[in-house]
Design a protein. Structure first.
Length: 457
């Protein structure tokens, strides 16, 4: 009773585990592991490949496992875990194959198949805008029109200015003294940018067949891992967590994973509209916190049930960025350069805080001491940010190779380093703790980041 009162969540999990055994559900064995799948949109093939590369080697499908997810990683985690047993990889790949566009179509229509405009919502917003008198009043600004006329006439009157008038001057003149003061242009610009539409596409529709085909109820079946993802709550100005109601785990006060929450967690500002869940407006949480490392340890690393391994798959890296050839490439770079930096920095900070926390005296630690193993799957830089079948397939292939390489290092060195590091009160970091010689001996190429850092250092 005393133990249950101190940790109701662990008590509930223990009771449900006993019930599961009594009812014939297989008991989960092996290390308690977490897999962290980060965001990256069209780089999602790397997630699918990583899961495929680890299938049969590392078990993340049991009731002792935890899936910490964000953005496109949440979609992978949900689709994978709601699929029929032994068909998880193909079901996940087929789902995203339908989301990505075939290569020929993508060439002249460079978007995926689900980022559709909200035509009805746009029509409503347009009507609301057109029926608001203040928008007409603000479109016509006589004083500004007169000032632009006077500026233009003054400039033209002095012939000395004509030779100095370059393309940059012309472009600014048309922007500020033609377009910005023209009533029709002002009105149409405000209609496009100031109507009550906060994203160019809408993903969440309550009765959407695309979302109804996802069997969310299967996430709550006995034997399923604990699955959670994040989203940013605009009203609270903070990250909220959403989780499945696995019989083996208490939900720990998180909200329920649903079609709405899944759309909210990947609602990238401007690209997708915000999503309302339980009366609150949400957008993508990965812009704030990549995969919720702090909550992962706080909720799942318990004194009597420690979290032993954390596998991280970050699918976006700055070296995937290419010089943009068009607006499509430029917009992709805008999104992914932020994602690459935030993701890499979050992982660095997590590793740093784990080791620093371990060094502190027990009475000064912010969190329980953790001497488990972190395995980071290396990010492939040969993919791009195209929603094309070719990019999806390439990501799957390269992601599987990266995961298999990570497993080789884990299999060869994890026990050796864990014993040594545990004795020293430290966590084990793979491949960070390994020397070049050890990595090469395992038949694995050196991490690209390590090679590049040495070339530039």
């Amino acid at each position: 009773k005393e133990w249950a009162a101190k940790d109701p969540g662990a008590a509930t999990a223990a009771i449900e585990a006993v019930k599961g055994i009594a009812q014939g559900a297989p008991a989960a064995t092996g290390p308690k592991r977490a897999i962290c799948l980060a965001g990256g949109g069209p780089a999602v093939g790397l997630h699918i490949g990583a899961l495929e590369g680890l299938k049969g080697k590392i078990d993340f499908d049991n009731a002792r496992s935890i899936w910490a997810l964000s953005c496109i990683g949440a979609w992978v985690g949900v689709i994978y875990n709601q699929a029929a047993k032994d068909n998880e990889i193909e079901a996940t790949y087929n789902f995203f194959h339908d989301v990505f566009r075939d290569d020929q179509s993508f060439q002249s229509f460079p978007t995926n198949t689900i980022f559709a405009p909200d035509w009805a919502g746009c029509a409503d917003a347009a009507w609301n805008f057109l029926l608001e008198p203040k928008h007409y009043k603000n479109a016509f600004l006589p004083r500004h029109i007169m000032e632009s006329w006077l500026y233009t006439l003054s400039f033209l009157r002095d012939r000395k200015n004509w030779g100095k008038f370059n393309q940059g001057d012309f472009d600014r003149w048309t922007l500020n003294h033609v377009l910005a003061v023209h009533p029709a242009v002002r009105f149409l610009t405000a209609l496009v940018y100031k109507s009550e539409i906060d994203g160019r596409s809408r993903l969440f529709y309550k009765d959407s067949k695309f979302l109804k085909d996802i069997k969310f109820e299967r996430l709550n079946e006995r034997g399923k891992p604990y699955i959670f993802h994040n989203a940013f709550n605009f009203e609270k100005k903070k990250i909220d967590m959403f989780a499945n109601d696995s019989p083996s785990w208490a939900r720990k006060g998180y909200k329920t994973i649903s079609a709405a929450s899944l759309c909210a967690c990947s609602a990238l500002p401007f690209v997708e509209q915000t999503v309302r869940v339980d009366g609150h407006a949400y957008c993508e949480g990965a812009l704030i916190d990549t995969v919720n490392f702090k909550d992962l340890l706080k909720d799942h690393h318990l004194p009597d049930d420690p979290l032993e391994e954390i596998w991280i798959n970050r699918i976006v890296d700055v070296h995937q960025i290419r010089k943009p050839e068009n607006i499509h490439d430029a917009l992709a770079n805008l999104c992914q350069m932020f994602a690459a930096t935030v993701g890499e920095d979050d992982i660095k900070l997590f590793k740093f805080h784990v080791q620093e926390n371990n060094r502190l005296p027990e009475n000064k630690r912010e969190a329980p001491k953790w001497t488990g193993t972190i395995v980071e799957i290396q990010v492939d830089d040969q993919i791009d940010f195209h929603w094309s079948h070719e990019n999806l397939h390439r990501g799957r292939t390269n992601g599987a190779i990266a995961a298999q390489n990570a497993y080789k290092l884990y299999e060869m060195y994890s026990d050796k380093y864990r014993r040594r590091n545990e004795a020293e009160g430290k966590a084990t970091m793979i491949p960070d703790d390994l020397t070049d010689e050890e990595i090469t001996r395992a038949g694995v190429p050196l991490p690209l980041k390590r090679v590049r850092d040495r070339q530039t250092g």
